[in-house]
Ligand binder design. Structure first.
Ligand SMILES: [Zn+2]
Length: 386
């Protein structure tokens, strides 16, 4: 298959050199997306010790992490849920929820909520990495926590919600999907904290509101304890913040590199399978190579070829993208690839509208994420000429 890929690339670069149609969303080369969340902000200070607000430490470390991340990695896009001293909403639960929804909207490959801790004892120190979990025992414990945190909506109050509710089922399903990646990140981050001489502890689990609505992988990190005077001074200093951001950005880079390696491995496996199919057909023209590449199972899901109808085209690309590509934002995994004219021949669409009117009715909502999206007609795997 490697040979066929080369032929395909040559073919592609030879034939497909024109620019995309004006006003069309064009896919850019794959960039990983990271959303950093500086906890609290604005009307909410978080923990408060010796005239130092947690929200300020969180923000300084988030910004420094972004700076270092962009320096350490070129193919990464970094968003902050806030980069000033502001809340995302007056209501705390809504505020927390908006942070997760922001990450979903950006199609985040990783979400990290940054906090600083407080304890009743001044001797407790060191960072803690928290993951979301719906472990039965935790749910039981959370019944108490839910009462304890009644003034403080950082925690999902499970007393308030039916365990069988749709929201809970979606959150549970997301959490189960993301759990291996969440652990990969948490372990990497703990190793980095250790390498940076911070006292580390086991991964902890809770039903944090800010992680609850998250579709992709994510963690909440407490950088250290503001109740320990030494650690407070460290977290409030430029050097301390730089060091913590160094640990965070190193862990994020390693996590994303692992993600890339995993994706490459899957693609290679699938290329191998496809290679067998292609050799069985005993045709070696460039045209066949192109066709072979398109039919890779890893590629964005292709519609059943018998289908026809209307679709909303989100973006077009010169190359084949994975249906889970972060560029598809909230429509990750939901797009289908159709072929169309021009050099950006791979069109990624939301399909299945019986009439143009039906598709148009959805268009406004889609344009919140893809401002140049428009309605097209398709038949089998292709966009019909306008
Ligand atoms: Zn906090």
């Amino acid at each position: 298959m490697r040979k066929l890929s080369v032929i395909f690339c040559l073919f592609a670069s030879f034939v497909l050199s024109a620019n995309a149609m004006a006003g069309e969303n064009v896919a850019s080369p794959r960039k990983r997306v990271v959303v950093l969340d500086a906890g609290h902000g604005g009307i909410r200070s978080g923990a408060y010790r010796s005239k130092i607000c947690e929200k300020d430490i969180n923000l300084a470390v988030a910004k420094e992490t972004r700076r270092q991340l962009l320096e350490k990695m070129s193919d990464v896009q970094v968003y902050l849920t806030r980069d000033t001293d502001t809340q995302l909403h007056e209501n705390k639960t809504t505020d927390n929820r908006r942070r997760a929804l922001f990450a979903n909207e950006k199609g985040a490959d990783l979400f990290v909520s940054i906090h600083a801790d407080a304890a009743s004892s001044a001797s407790v120190t060191g960072p803690t990495v928290y993951l979301l979990s719906f472990d039965e025992r935790l749910l039981e414990q959370n019944r108490d926590l839910a009462t304890r945190f009644v003034e403080d909506d950082d925690m999902i109050n499970i007393e308030d919600m039916s365990r069988s509710s749709m929201g809970y089922i979606i959150a549970l399903s997301n959490q189960m999907n993301n759990d291996p990646l969440n652990h990969m990140f948490a372990n990497t981050l703990n190793a980095e904290f250790k390498a940076h001489k911070r006292h580390t502890r086991e991964i902890r689990y809770n039903i944090w509101t800010v992680l609850y609505w998250l579709e992709g992988p994510g963690a909440l990190v407490e950088l250290g304890y503001m109740t320990n005077p030494e650690e407070l001074a460290y977290m409030n200093s430029k050097d301390g913040q730089r060091e913590l951001a160094d640990a965070l950005s190193d862990a994020i880079v390693k996590f994303l590199e692992n993600l890339n390696a995993m994706q490459q491995y899957t693609e290679d496996l699938e290329d191998g399978e496809q290679g067998d199919d292609a050799s069985a057909s005993a045709t070696t023209t460039a045209q066949t190579a192109v066709k072979g590449s398109e039919n890779k199972p890893a590629d964005a899901a292709k519609g059943a070829d018998s289908e026809k109808g209307y679709a909303i085209q989100l973006l077009s690309s010169k190359t084949i993208l994975d249906a889970n590509d972060a560029q598809f934002k909230i429509y990750r995994g939901k797009v289908q690839m159709k072929e169309g004219a021009g050099s950006y021949k791979y069109k990624y669409c939301l399909v299945g509208y019986a009439t143009a009117a039906e598709a148009k009715a959805e268009l406004a909502a889609v344009r919140e994420y893809f401002k140049d999206a428009y309605v097209v007609q398709y038949e089998a795997g292709s966009i019909k000429a306008k």
